[in-house]
Design a protein around this ligand. Structure first.
Ligand SMILES: [Zn+2]
Length: 508
């Protein structure tokens, strides 16, 4: 029995030596520290739940695993926070609430930019992205999202656009050119890439070897041709070149069955013409519904890893986005939001399962911003929006502190005209309804139902838009402790850069 561990040690030693020699050729720049210590990291898997704030994680945990349970992401050894503010266009002045484009540019390039900017700085200058740098230096690369693959988060790693709306299939001023203060369009930039529809850029620049998501309707047959000529396998079909515009009939979405057949190489799979289907809706569709053929985010993650692992001696960079957490939060749909958090967390498990076996993979899990001021309120209580008289503001004489309630009464009581009860129960159709969504948790007694007053998890929203709250970050694998900090979203770029290349990026 003693020979087995020895053998394993010998294998580890050989793997270590290989890693060291790969690293030596990988980085022409001198290693930080210079003590001859090999960098342990070969792969970086970066997963983000779009719109996933601290409370989204808490609510997901309590809903699926109970108060004492943990989501997979919460089991990772490092935990920290990320500040997410953007800047105003044409300046360095902070904009305290970011969108997904600005946030994704921050971690893909290390630079703060304006909301709606994709891979350009606040002054419209094109920025190199981490995925482009990884590709250029020989890493395998992958980009996965449950949104359209041309949407802001995936786009900011593999395209550059003045406006996130410039997704394709065709150019328009309205979608691609920012407006000046007087309402007229800016002049077209000298670098035409910045106003080239994102779909066209993705199909031609070869930045990601593996591209899985939605957004087939953003692409045209000539994009498929361009991908084919670069050696990509394209699942499904981008349409009929004889048609002036593509339709649901002329294009063929990729399916889970197509995905399963892929054995290797560069691949593009777009599984919906728009965003992928919300998991909860998919589950409720009849057996034959075409949406049932879409893979889950965990399946896409697993497949991407299997295609990228070993593709390059250097390793790989994979970005995975759970996009619909944000989209369902905008819609204030707690039930679907929770389902998407679970689906994202399952993808985290797929990534960490691989990383645990591999031993050379850093897994980072975070979000781009919080969405909708999601919160957990005490069972049986109500929000200020529902109150006949919100709590008194003790400093209401201070004009800067203007949360003086327009409604006034002596007691902090619920106003029946503003709240007819539980939003996912019988009062769901009432436009006045501010009432909380309620969900059972595994700790609730048997028989307690979602939407009932007895359910433990009471959830509310502040708005239908993003908030400026910090977001959580978790990390696993070599170098994970660098993320156990209170950090800015631009620092994620330099930390991941260091993980891949072993040196600090220029100017950071
Ligand atoms: Zn959003």
């Amino acid at each position: 029995m003693r020979s087995r561990p020895t053998k394993i040690l010998a294998v580890l030693a050989v793997t270590g030596a290989l890693a060291a020699s790969t690293a030596a050729t990988a980085n022409s720049a001198p290693q930080q520290g210079g003590n001859g210590k090999k960098p342990e990291i070969r792969n970086v898997i970066y997963l983000l739940g779009d719109g996933m704030g601290r409370t989204h994680v808490t609510a997901g945990r309590e809903r699926y695993y109970g108060a004492e349970g943990k989501l997979n992401m919460e089991r990772l050894p490092s935990y920290g926070a990320v500040a997410t503010s953007a800047v105003e266009k044409g300046s360095d002045r902070p904009a305290l609430v970011t969108d997904s484009a600005s946030a994704a540019t921050a971690w893909s390039s290390g630079v703060k930019t304006y909301n709606a900017a994709i891979g350009v700085d606040s002054y419209e200058k094109k920025l190199p992205t981490l995925m482009e740098q990884a590709k250029k230096s020989g890493f395998a690369t992958g980009n996965v999202s449950t949104a359209e693959i041309t949407d802001a988060t995936p786009a900011a790693q593999m395209s550059h656009a003045l406006l996130r709306g410039c997704q394709g299939p065709v150019y328009s001023d309205a979608a691609c050119l920012p407006k000046k203060d007087d309402g007229s369009y800016e002049n077209k930039p000298a670098d035409k890439t910045l106003i080239t529809p994102i779909a066209q850029q993705i199909a031609r620049n070869g930045t990601a070897d593996v591209i899985f998501g939605g957004g087939l309707a953003r692409f045209a047959p000539d994009d498929q041709k361009a991908l084919g000529s670069q050696g990509y396998q394209v699942l499904g079909s981008f349409g009929d070149p004889a048609l002036p515009a593509q339709t649901a009939e002329s294009q063929k979405v990729a399916t889970k069955a197509d995905l399963d057949k892929v054995k290797g190489g560069k691949v593009v799979g777009l599984f919906n013409r728009g965003n992928l289907t919300v998991e909860k809706s998919k589950a409720e569709l009849p057996a034959g519904a075409p949406e049932k053929k879409e893979p889950t985010l965990a399946e896409l993650t697993k497949k991407s890893i299997s295609l990228l692992d070993g593709r390059s001696k250097k390793g790989f960079l994979l970005q995975v986005e759970g996009a619909l957490i944000d989209k369902r939060s905008h819609a204030n749909d707690a039930s679907q939001t929770l389902g998407e958090i679970k689906a994202f967390d399952d993808a985290v498990k797929a990534a960490t399962d691989f990383a645990k076996k591999d031993g050379h993979t850093l897994v980072v899990v975070t979000a781009d911003h919080e969405c909708a001021g999601f919160n957990i309120i005490e069972k049986g209580t109500f929000t200020n929006a529902e109150a006949a008289a919100p709590p008194a503001n003790n400093d209401s004489g201070n004009t800067a502190n203007n949360s003086v309630p327009a409604r006034s009464s002596s007691a902090n009581v619920k106003d029946p005209a503003r709240s007819s009860g539980i939003v996912n129960g019988s009062g769901a159709g009432d436009a006045k309804n501010f009432g909380p969504a309620t969900f059972r948790t595994p700790d609730d007694p048997a028989g307690v139902k979602d939407g009932s007053e007895d359910a433990s998890l009471w959830l509310t929203y502040l708005s239908g838009n993003h908030t400026g709250a910090d977001v959580p970050i978790y990390a696993y694998g070599p170098g994970n402790s660098a993320f156990a900090a209170s950090q800015d979203n631009t620092e994620l770029y330099s930390k991941m850069y260091r993980s891949l290349f072993g040196t600090a990026p220029h100017g950071h």
